[in-house]
Every structure is written in C-alpha cells, then in structure tokens.
Write a protein that binds this ligand. Structure first.
Ligand SMILES: C[S@@+](CC[C@H](N)C(=O)[O-])C[C@H]1O[C@@H](n2cnc3c(N)ncnc32)[C@H](O)[C@@H]1O
Length: 278
C-alpha cells in the first residue's frame, strides 16, 4: 500500500464537498490519461467493450469520460465514499449519461463477487488505498469477461507544479515528498503489506500486457480550473509536508497558495499504467 494520510477509517478522508472538489480537480488535470488508455485497450482488439467497472471512482470524472469514449458501454462506479458516489450520479446526469452510468457505495473487495462479464475494469489511484490489494485484484479478475482487461493507473513520476524562479525550492519540495511517502509506508491501512504492483497483479492470477509511465504536461497559460488545481495542491503540500520541510519553505508554499498573481508554471502529471488480462 502506498502513501496517504492516516485516518480512522480508510475512506473517511474522501467524504464531504471539499474532498469531492479536490478529487474532481485531480481527475480533470489527469483526464487525458483516460483517452490514452481507452485507445490502448481498443488497439488490443480483444472484443467489444460493453461493460466497464470503475473501482474507487471518486466523483466520476473518469467514469463519465469512459461512458463518453465508449458509447456502446454501461459504466458502473464503485466507491466506498457516499459523497463520491453521489457526485458520480450528479456528474453523469449533468453529462446526459445517467442512463448508462450507475454508482454504488461499496468498500472493495466487497461488492465485486456480485459482478461478472466486465470488459474493462478501471482502477485509477484507488488500489493503493485498499488494505489487501492482491485480494481486491483477485476479486477484480473474477468479474472479467473472457476478453476483459484491467487498467490500473497509479503514481508515476513525481509531479511538478511550482512557479518558475525557485528551482531549489522545487527540489526541496520533491525531496520532502519522497520523505513523506516513505514515512506514510509505516501507516498502511490494513494488515497486508503491499508488493510491487505487477507482482501483485500476477499473484492475483492476471497476466500483465503492458506497464509504462505516461506524462501529461499542461503548459502556461493555465486555465482557471488548472490554477485551482495548483492552489489546492500547494495547500495540500503545505499540510502534508509539515515536519518534512523547513518553516521558511512551508511559508513560501503558503505565500504561493495565497498569491492571486502567482506566475504559471507547466503542470506535469504522471501515471504508471498497467494493463492486464485474466
Ligand atoms: C484518490 S481517489 C481516486 C479517484 C479517481 N479514481 C481518480 O483517479 O481521480 C481514491 C478513491 O478511492 C476510494 N476508495 C478507497 N478505498 C476504497 C475501497 N476499499 N473500496 C472502494 N473505494 C475505495 C476513495 O473513496 C476515493 O474516492
């Protein structure tokens, strides 16, 4: 299991409107990965994609994009958070996709055994929150149709988003994040230690078809939503890096988050993408 902050219950962190807004911003900045992966899955030419399962869907940014890109498919979003599943329903209705998008509150692996014949399982930035990933992946494998594919998106390379002009601060933030992630490894949820991603995929009886890191760069000028994403990320970095970064650098993050005239920097987001079949 990978890095996140520690909460009494694994998904308490994902309740409430502020969390929904934050995960919407995260999803929108990474929307290009959905198209990339759908194209890769269709290129495999294994058969029609009629049913999609989005596990740990968050507020449904990718869920609704999957429905848009795969007009012949129904998409079921599963998420342990009530706020997130409600947000998926609202987003689907706004996009006019409510007839093909369904959302259920369920803490994976619960709820997987009722599902079958899924052509594409989408698991983006969710697997690392699950206590026993191999058990969850086994549950996922058993939902798949004969030609079904699992697409797992996880942390790629370190992202960059600080404004230009202080590369040393950017380097210190990156180093502090590495330290933060290492410290978080000791606060895993669940009792089952994580393994390397593709090892866990194979332990679950799946075959890895592809494994690569993909990068999206949003270049300045950033639009309003992208600037909001940067502000949100700075506020979160400020909170997460307390104790890992010098006071002076924490104050610099505060100032940047609060500065309406903050110069734009390219926003680089990256995902490790693993495709697997049964
Ligand atoms: C970081 S968000 C990712 C959202 C979205 N998939 C994306 O890529 O932007 C992680 C989501 O996984 C959900 N989650 C965490 N553990 C879960 C579990 N065991 N079962 C179902 N959902 C879970 C959380 O509630 C949260 O909405």
């Amino acid at each position: 299991m990978a890095p996140h902050e520690h909460h009494a219950h694994p998904t308490d962190a994902f309740e409430g409107p502020e969390e929904v807004a934050r995960v919407v911003a995260d999803g929108e900045i990474a929307l290009g990965f959905v198209r990339e992966v759908v194209e890769a899955v269709l290129d495999l030419d294994r058969g029609p994609v009629r049913s999609v399962l989005d596990i740990g869907s968050g507020p449904g940014v990718a869920t609704v994009e999957l429905a848009r890109l795969l007009p012949g498919a129904t998409v079921l979003a599963l998420d342990a958070s009530g706020s997130m599943t409600e947000a998926v329903r609202e987003r689907a209705a706004t996009a006019g996709a409510a007839d093909r998008v369904d959302a259920r509150q369920s803490e994976i692996p619960d709820g997987l055994d009722e599902l079958s014949d899924v052509d594409l399982v989408w698991a983006s930035m969710s697997l690392h929150h699950v206590g026993d990933e191999v058990a969850a992946l086994r549950g996922v494998r058993d939902t798949l149709s004969r030609h079904g594919i699992v697409a797992i998106l996880e942390f790629g390379d370190q992202r960059r988003l600080l404004p230009p002009g202080d590369d040393e601060l950017a380097d210190r933030v990156e180093a502090a994040y590495r330290e933060f992630f290492e410290a978080q490894q000791h606060h895993w949820h669940g009792d089952t230690p994580s393994g390397e991603l593709t090892d866990m995929v194979e332990q679950a009886g799946l075959t890895v078809l592809d494994d690569h890191v993909s990068v999206i760069t949003h270049r300045p000028p950033l639009d309003e939503a992208q600037r909001r994403y940067v502000t949100g990320s700075l506020v979160r970095a400020r909170r997460q890096l307390e104790g890992h970064l010098a006071r002076r650098d924490l104050r610099a993050l505060d100032r940047l988050a609060d500065d309406p005239d903050r110069p734009d920097a390219p926003v680089v987001v990256s995902r490790r993408i693993v495709l697997a079949s049964r």
